[in-house]
Design a protein around this ligand. Structure first.
Ligand code: COA
Length: 110
């Protein structure tokens, strides 16, 4: 939507990144079965801009499960409105930490 644009008129990169974080957190919490917090984002690359009206599709893959952390590879793909054109706009690796009820890191089943 237009409210999600930057000064240049493209979709704000932070809006895309926040949806990637949401998708990755869903994957992490499904894997760990508990609340997880984002602890790091690595390799964030914006390949091309997104335009108002594009559809955003976000895909996740678990790359690594550590003791209490997990690294999720995330790709954001734009589909140009009313077309079959799909292009990768952004990618990154998100690391999450599984948390217990007191907010402390807890073990993830491997
Ligand atoms: C998540 C948090 C509780 C972890 O606490 P911590 O004291 O760093 O915990 P630890 O040192 O025991 O590290 C926990 C795990 O995170 C990993 N980790 C910590 N910092 C990291 C970083 N910068 N990059 C990658 N992994 C990291 C550690 O390697 C460890 O993984 P492992 O158990 O699989 O080996 C704490 O950093 C925190 O509260 N951060 C803020 C989270 C937040 O507000 N996120 C944004 C909103 S969700």
């Amino acid at each position: 939507m237009r409210r999600d644009t930057n000064a240049a008129g493209d979709v704000f990169g932070g809006w895309v990144a926040s949806h990637m974080d949401l998708a990755a957190s869903t994957a992490a919490e499904d894997r760990a079965g508990c609340k997880c917090a984002t602890v790091a984002v690595d390799g964030l690359v914006f390949h091309r801009p997104m335009a108002v009206g594009d559809e955003l599709n976000v895909y996740t893959r678990i790359l690594r499960v550590g003791r209490t952390s997990m690294t999720i590879e995330v790709e954001a793909i734009r589909r140009v409105r009313r077309t079959a054109i799909r292009q990768k706009v952004t990618q990154a690796r998100f690391t999450f930490v599984a948390l217990d009820q007191d907010g402390r890191p807890c073990l993830v089943d491997r």
